[in-house]
Design a protein around this ligand. Structure first.
Ligand SMILES: NC(=O)c1ccc[n+]([C@@H]2O[C@H](COP(=O)([O-])OP(=O)(O)OC[C@H]3O[C@@H](n4cnc5c(N)ncnc54)[C@H](O)[C@@H]3O)[C@@H](O)[C@H]2O)c1
Length: 333
C-alpha cells in the first residue's frame, strides 16, 4: 500500500484521494485554501499545508490543483507554484517518487513546464531520481467519486517505464483498460475527449434549432440518430486522422442539408466548418469512397504514422489501435 499525497483538494483531488483510500492506500491532502483544509479535517481526513508534509513518508504525489481559463487562456500559475513546492519536497527524499499531473493542462505542459520546475527545485533528475506522469481525469463533477471509482479508461502518460509500472499497479484494481502513452499524448487525449463532447453537443443544438423551426421533435431525431449513425455505435468510426470523408452520401448530403438550413434563414456553423475542414483535407489527399481504400490512400499520402520516433514494431501503446481501425491489443485491463 502506498502513501499518496494529493495536492489540490478540490473536486478531482477529493474524488482521487477518497477512491485510493477505499482501495486501502494512505492518503494525505494539501491545499492553499484553509477552509478546505478545515472541512477535510472535520471529516477526519489528514489535510495540511505544504510546509507540514512529511516527505520521507510519501510514495506518490498527485497534482490536482486548479487550472482555470481566463480570457480563453489557461492559467498555469497554480500548478507551477505547486510543482515548485513539490520540487522542494523531493529534495528532502531519498527514494523514487512518481509526480503525477492530474490537472487538465495544454499539450507539452508536463514535459516542458512542470518537469523542468521539479528538476530545478529538487536538484534531481526526472526519470532517474523521481518519476513524472500525466494521468488525466475524466470524471463528471456531478458524480465525481462514483466516476473515479469506476473509470471507463485509465490513461498513463509516462516518461519512464518505472513510473508506468508503479502507476499500473496502483490503477489495476479499478478494472479499467490502461493505456500507456507519452505525457503529451495524455494531455491531448484529455482535451480531445472534452472538445469532442462539446462539438457533439453543439451539432445537436444546431439540429434542434432546425427541427424547432419545422415543428419536428429534435429529441426523437437525436435519439434515433444515436442508434442509427455508424459514428454512434462504432466508437472508432471517423477517428483515424488524415482522410477526408467521401463516398456516395456524405459530401452531397452535408452540402444539401446546409443549403436547406440556409434557405430557412438558419445558420449551421458546424456544417459550414465541417465542409471547410473536408475541403482543406481534400487538397492534400483525395476523398475515398469506402473504408477499404483508406489504407491505400494513407500510404500515398505519406503522412500518417510517419512521425519521427513512432515505431509500430516497438508497440509504443498498450492499447493500440491499428491502421484499419480495429483494436489490436489491450495488454492490461
Ligand atoms: N471538476 C471536474 O469535473 C474535473 C474533471 C476532470 C478534470 N478536471 C481538472 O482537474 C483540475 C482540478 O479541478 P477541480 O474541479 O478539482 O478544481 P477545484 O477548484 O475544485 O480544486 C482545485 C484545488 O486546488 C487548490 N490549489 C490551487 N493552487 C494550489 C497550490 N499551489 N497548492 C495546493 N493547492 C492549490 C485550490 O485551493 C482548490 O481547492 C483542473 O485542472 C480541472 O480542469 C476537473
Amino acid at each position: 500500500m502506498s502513501h499518496i499525497l494529493i495536492i489540490g483538494a478540490g473536486v478531482v483531488g477529493q474524488a482521487t484521494g477518497k477512491g485510493f483510500a477505499q482501495k486501502g492506500h494512505e492518503v494525505s491532502y494539501v491545499d492553499v485554501n484553509l477552509k478546505t483544509l478545515a472541512k477535510l479535517r472535520d471529516e477526519g481526513l489528514p489535510a495540511m499545508k505544504m510546509a507540514d508534509v512529511d516527505w520521507p513518508k510519501i510514495d506518490i504525489v498527485m497534482l490536482t490543483v486548479s487550472t482555470p481559463t481566463v480570457d480563453d487562456n489557461i492559467v498555469l500559475d497554480y500548478i507551477e507554484t505547486a510543482a515548485a513546492d513539490v520540487g522542494r519536497g523531493l529534495a528532502k527524499t531519498r527514494h523514487f517518487i512518481p509526480v503525477v499531473v492530474r490537472s487538465t493542462v495544454p499539450p507539452t505542459t508536463t514535459e516542458q513546464r512542470i518537469t523542468p520546475i521539479l528538476e530545478r527545485m529538487s536538484g534531481k533528475q526526472a526519470g532517474v531520481d523521481f518519476g513524472v506522469a500525466m494521468n488525466p481525469e475524466f470524471l463528471r463533477q456531478v458524480s465525481s467519486e462514483q466516476d473515479f471509482a469506476r473509470p471507463w479508461i485509465t490513461v498513463l502518460g509516462c516518461c519512464d517505464q518505472r513510473t508506468f509500472d508503479l502507476l499500473k499497479q496502483l490503477y489495476m484494481p479499478f478494472g479499467a483498460l490502461i493505456t500507456q502513452c507519452t505525457p503529451t499524448e495524455a494531455e491531448i487525449i484529455k482535451y480531445v475527449n472534452n472538445v469532442y463532447n462539446a462539438v457533439k453537443i453543439s451539432y445537436f443544438n444546431e439540429v434542434h434549432a432546425i427541427c424547432k423551426q419545422l415543428g419536428a421533435d429534435s429529441n426523437l431525431v437525436g435519439a434515433v440518430v444515436a442508434r442509427s449513425a455508424e459514428s454512434m455505435w462504432n466508437p472508432l468510426y471517423g477517428t483515424r486522422g488524415g482522410v477526408p470523408y467521401g463516398g456516395a452520401c456524405l459530401p452531397k448530403d452535408t452540402a444539401a442539408f446546409m443549403a436547406f438550413a440556409r434557405q430557412m434563414g438558419l445558420e449551421h456553423l458546424m456544417l459550414e466548418a465541417t465542409m471547410q475542414v473536408n475541403k482543406t483535407l481534400e487538397q492534400k489527399i483525395a476523398a475515398v469512397s469506402s473504408p477499404d481504400q483508406i489504407e491505400a490512400a494513407l500510404a500515398t499520402a505519406h503522412f500518417y504514422n510517419q512521425q519521427e520516433g513512432y515505431d509500430e514494431q516497438e508497440n509504443a501503446y498498450i492499447l493500440e489501435i491499428n491502421t484499419s481501425g480495429q483494436s489490436r491489443a489491450a495488454t492490461y485491463g
